[in-house]
Design a protein around this ligand. Structure first.
Ligand SMILES: NC(=O)c1ccc[n+]([C@@H]2O[C@H](COP(=O)([O-])OP(=O)(O)OC[C@H]3O[C@@H](n4cnc5c(N)ncnc54)[C@H](OP(=O)(O)O)[C@@H]3O)[C@@H](O)[C@H]2O)c1
Length: 500
């Protein structure tokens, strides 16, 4: 059965609040004001001990409880954790505030990757890792929220550590970091909390991310045009093939297919195959992170077909290794098509009139990837960006679909055993091409712009995503097996990290 869910922010207090005794906390902060306030708030309330780690040129102990490390130097961070363990006899909590003090550490998560790798290398397993991120506008919020991909994906690499990402809107009128505001928020999250994604907007109260089941509006096709022109990034990939075949067969579409590879014999044969099926096709070799190259693709499509009616952003790279085993360059390569590619796509579409841009995200953005984190972070960015884009007004509607694993030649099938285990243990099955394309058409016309799609046994899937099975709303959705819609609620720690 096919099920659809949405993820929403809901107000929720910190819940059961137990002030732990004797917590030993490592705070990644370079700001002396933050240090002063947190020392006062934490150490002043009991037998808490706090050590600060700031950005420096290399590993250095600058005072009794203050260290510096080089950004991106895992050896430094590991040495620092070992030194703190020796000093305090252990580490109970880690708080990462570099992204609060410098927006660059939110846009580029290298510093956080390094902290995670340093924990792993030093063999330190805190009970809590709290990642703070601040945003001042809608786009910054997308970057901040993308970090939630870490908290969803670290269950395996950091087993035993509960990870939360706290996104907080910058407080108007405060120069520098709102140290006392953050002190209160962190105190709450370290002693109560229990949510892996937390949001504070303006002066609003604490919100946490929930997945809930949703039904689909009826009679909402009609977005796609017969003979329309559609640009598909990643158009020669597994889902690119399914969607270009379908658009050719059902809509006699004109297709602008984008990928990095050159137009070789394989791609030429593929273009011919699509043309025989009724499409007209342009293939453009371009990296989606390169706005000028994408603009050239748009221009080629316009020159040949007169305009672009819609875009499917399906370019992406699979995450192949755990975050603790990969170098940061590999992390950035996976994130690039989803983040830089998304921004470049909008730059390339500037001034164009399109009906929609549909971002192909993944259920991993919500349920976690296999520990790579990069894939979940990139796909999480797509979710936030689609909302941001709707708020700023296009061009065209923004729709983001968090797909489950497809029965396709694309991602997620390289490790067949892992995929099979993940699907079985979570009550899911592969999404079939006919189900996915029919649902895509329907989702494009929905009033809501974000959709998590899962397919399988409703009760088991509901439990997997932390939703009461009784909440699952069943409604016909036109899929191959009388698809129904579920809502998922997250926050419940029972899920197994998985792909999709
Ligand atoms: N397949 C699934 O089960 C599944 C499930 C959930 C979500 N998704 C999402 O759906 C999208 C498509 O998945 P898929 O299975 O079709 O993956 P795929 O077969 O690996 O295809 C992805 C395509 O993206 C292109 N690409 C990668 N980086 C690029 C870049 N920087 N610039 C331009 N093109 C780039 C690749 O072509 P070149 O190498 O020629 O550049 C590749 O053909 C992905 O973004 C994925 O996250 C897939």
């Amino acid at each position: 059965m096919l099920m659809t869910f949405e993820e929403v922010w809901e107000s929720e207090g910190v819940g059961d609040f137990v002030v732990g005794v004797g917590k030993r906390v490592v705070v990644f902060s370079s700001d002396p004001v933050v240090e002063g306030v947190l020392r006062g708030e934490f150490e002043g309330r009991g037998d808490w001990s706090v050590v600060f780690v700031g950005v420096g040129d290399g590993f250095e102990r600058v005072s009794e409880r203050c260290f510096r490390v080089g950004v991106g130097d895992v050896g430094d961070v590991a040495a620092c954790f070992s030194a703190v363990e020796e000093l305090l006899g252990g580490v109970d909590c880690v708080v990462y505030l570099w992204g609060v003090e410098d927006r660059a550490h939110v846009v580029d998560a290298s510093g956080l990757v390094c902290v995670i790798q340093g924990l792993s290398r030093a063999g330190v397993r805190p009970e809590r890792l709290v990642v703070g991120a601040e945003f001042g506008d809608g786009l910054e919020r997308c970057y901040a929220e993308s970090l939630i991909g870490f908290s969803r994906s670290l269950r395996m690499p950091l087993a035993g550590t509960f990870v939360s990402v706290v996104c907080r809107e910058r407080v108007a009128g405060v120069v520098g970091v709102d140290a006392s505001g953050w002190a209160g928020v962190l105190w709450d999250e370290l002693n109560g909390g229990g949510a892996d994604a937390v949001l504070y907007e303006g002066v609003g109260s604490r919100q946490v991310c929930r997945v809930r089941p949703v039904g689909l509006d009826e009679d909402c096709g009609g977005v796609l045009r017969r003979g329309g022109t559609y640009l598909i990034t990643g158009g020669m990939g597994g889902l690119g093939k399914i969607f270009s075949d379908w658009l050719a067969a059902e809509y006699g579409a004109n297709l602008v297919l984008v990928g990095r590879g050159e137009l070789d014999d394989r791609r030429r044969a593929r273009v011919q195959e699509l043309e025989l099926a009724g499409a007209s096709v342009v293939y453009v070799s371009a990296d989606v992170g390169d706005a000028a190259a994408l603009r050239a693709a748009v221009e080629q499509g316009k020159a040949r077909f007169g305009g672009i009616d819609g875009v499917i952003h399906a370019a992406g790279l699979e995450s192949r290794r755990s975050v603790v085993d990969k170098d940061v360059g590999e992390f950035h390569r996976v994130v690039r098509p989803k983040v830089a590619g998304t921004l470049a796509l909008d730059e390339a579409l500037s001034g164009e009139s399109v009906d929609f841009v549909c971002y192909f995200s993944s259920s991993s953005a919500i349920l976690g990837d296999f520990g790579g984190c990069d894939y979940a972070v990139g796909n999480r960015f797509l979710m936030s960006y689609a909302q941001y884009r709707e708020a700023v007004g296009g061009p065209g509607r923004a729709v983001v679909i968090n797909w489950p694993l497809w029965n396709s030649e694309g991602m997620g099938v390289a490790d067949a055993d892992a995929a099979a285990f993940y699907l079985k243990s979570s009550g899911q099955r592969f999404l079939e091409a006919a189900e996915g394309t029919a649902l895509f058409e329907r989702l494009l016309g929905q009033s809501r712009g974000g959709h998590l799609v899962l397919v399988g046994e409703p009760a088991k899937v509901a439990r997997f995503v932390g939703v009461d099975p009784a909440e699952i709303e069943v409604g016909v959705c036109g899929g191959a097996d009388d698809a129904a819609q579920v809502s998922v609620s997250e926050g419940d720690g029972g899920r197994v990290a998985g792909p999709g």
